[in-house]
Design a protein around this ligand. Structure first.
Ligand code: DHK
Length: 162
């Protein structure tokens, strides 16, 4: 078994008598719905729908919940949902990474592995992108691999939750 910290035993749910892996939650924050046309020199031209397809292909039989919101409240509510129904969280909180103590507090309650993801290398960018609240609770961080960071995160998370 991979991930032993934070109570890894919460990875499966019983469905019709069978043990089914709980889904990995892939959560995306504000403005990522504009991926593909949003500042392509920074974020590339891959759309969020393309990213979802790449994640589902990499996940294979592992169920995933792939979501995006511009709302901080909605993002926190999905973290709460994952606490009860998920095995792992991959999260690109976008700008909320650097502003939201509330999101940080929500993620602190998650008993499974958390991978923080950023498409761009935020450490090569403006200083207001340098202090991540989420990094303080993340198991691992993937930064600067572009859209390809997402399937890489799914591959890593599959190892952590199996
Ligand atoms: C996306 C954003 O929207 C920015 O606020 C972050 C992140 C960087 C990304 O690179 O995926 O700072």
């Amino acid at each position: 078994m991979g991930y032993k910290g934070r109570g890894g035993a919460r990875l499966y749910k019983r469905e019709k008598g069978n043990l089914m892996p709980k889904p990995i939650y892939v959560l995306n924050g504000p403005n990522l719905n504009r991926l593909g046309t949003r500042e392509p020199h920074i974020y590339g031209t891959t759309t969020l729908a393309d990213v979802e397809a790449m994640c589902r292909a990499e996940a294979k039989e592992q169920p995933i919940e792939f979501r995006q919101t511009n709302s901080e409240t909605q993002l926190i509510d999905w973290v709460h949902e994952a606490i009860d129904k998920g095995s792992g969280i991959i999260i690109n909180p976008a700008a909320y990474t650097f502003t939201s103590l509330a999101l940080f507090d929500a993620l602190k309650m998650f008993p499974g592995p958390i991978i923080e993801l950023h498409i761009s290398n935020v450490h090569k960018r403006e200083a207001y992108y340098h202090n991540s609240y989420v990094s303080k609770v993340a198991t691992a961080i993937i930064i600067g691999l572009g859209a390809k960071g997402y399937p890489a995160a799914v591959r890593a998370m599959r190892d952590l939750v199996h």
